[in-house]
Design a protein around this ligand. Structure first.
Ligand SMILES: [Zn+2]
Length: 324
């Protein structure tokens, strides 16, 4: 380890202590540590103040390299960014982690995962890992939904029948996101590649009566506020979890693969519906996390889905939390 990396680790350790992260977590700088591709144990619990957060691993999309993944950026450039972040260059690694919060005896889940056999072959582990974490999915009181992309909502439906997986939970979503996908004519307004998914959403979601549509800025559960983070989708939202002096930014897809987007926050991803808006949002959310010394987690961060951002000129540094 050279002096620079030693300083980085020490800085991360201090940040970890400041955030009150659980002891077994060892933060290391991604450039020096081989970030494990998949966890050996698919659930991990940490604290935010008095709130217990359990990260549950759904799986990973080993996305074949595609020059369209980042606008105007070549595959060689994305591979170089992956290598620099200590990630595999064989494919674009897009892991998926869901969190469940225990607040005052209530179970609050953020997003529903990708469902079994409905998204990627290597992302089918959520039910198994949730059970292993001792969480009964029928006891989830509230589901906070960030946006309606398949990897975040297919877990709400059974494969084939579209039966509700969480019929008794309250489903909370930004009204803007709900209306974008379900209003009359919504499917026709989608880009071609999104229409099949959009039709499933428009056909099924409005038949359920457990939705609660909310506006950004409102409190969606005790100590949890929903904020607009538009760009990735028209109603993409993040959640700020507060407990005492501690705060967790549940950033969802604001910074989906932080290994490559932290050093290149200006990169426009193919899955960002409005690229320039997504970039402005990304900077606003990450700047706030750094300024307010918040903990942060993200749906596609390396498991357990959290880490630490630092300012690095006009970009950011990212140190993933590594499960020990
Ligand atoms: Zn996603």
């Amino acid at each position: 380890m050279n002096n620079l990396s030693r300083r980085t680790v020490l800085k991360s350790a201090a940040a970890m202590a400041a955030f009150g992260l659980a002891a077994p977590v060892v933060l290391q700088h991604a450039a020096q540590a081989e970030t494990p591709l998949e966890p050996t144990v698919g659930h991990y619990t940490y604290k935010v103040g008095d709130i217990e957060v359990t990260a549950i691993y759904d799986g990973i999309w080993k996305k074949p390299h595609d020059p369209a993944f980042i606008k105007d950026v070549s595959v060689d450039e994305t591979k170089a960014a992956l290598a620099k972040a200590g990630l595999t260059t064989d494919f674009m690694p897009i892991p998926l982690t869901v969190i469940v919060l225990k607040i005052g005896g209530k179970l609050i889940m953020v997003d529903a995962g990708s469902g079994v056999g409905q998204w990627q072959a290597n992302a089918t582990n959520l039910p198994k890992n949730m059970a292993a974490a001792g969480i009964d999915h029928t006891k989830i009181d509230t589901l906070l939904i960030s946006h309606f992309h398949p990897d975040h909502v297919w877990g709400l439906m059974e494969k084939g029948t579209n039966a509700a997986t969480f019929p008794n939970a309250e489903l909370i979503v930004n009204s803007k996101e709900y209306h974008f996908w379900t209003d009359a004519g919504a499917v026709d307004r989608l880009p071609e590649g999104r229409r099949a998914a959009g039709k499933r959403i428009a056909d099924v979601f409005p038949t359920w009566n457990n939705w609660k549509l909310v506006e950004p800025g409102s409190e969606v559960a005790p100590g949890i506020q929903i904020l607009d983070a538009y760009g990735h989708t028209p109603g993409h939202s993040v959640f700020v979890v507060n407990s005492g002096k501690n705060q967790l930014m549940v950033s969802n897809d604001t910074m989906y693969v932080p290994g490559i987007l932290a050093p290149h926050p200006e990169w426009q991803g193919a899955y960002d519906q409005d690229g320039p808006m997504a970039i402005t949002t990304r900077r606003r959310i990450i700047d706030r996390v750094i300024a307010d010394k918040m903990q942060i987690c993200g749906a596609h961060f390396p498991f357990p889905g959290s880490g630490t951002f630092t300012k690095d000129g006009n970009a950011y540094g990212f140190a993933p939390t590594i499960q020990s």
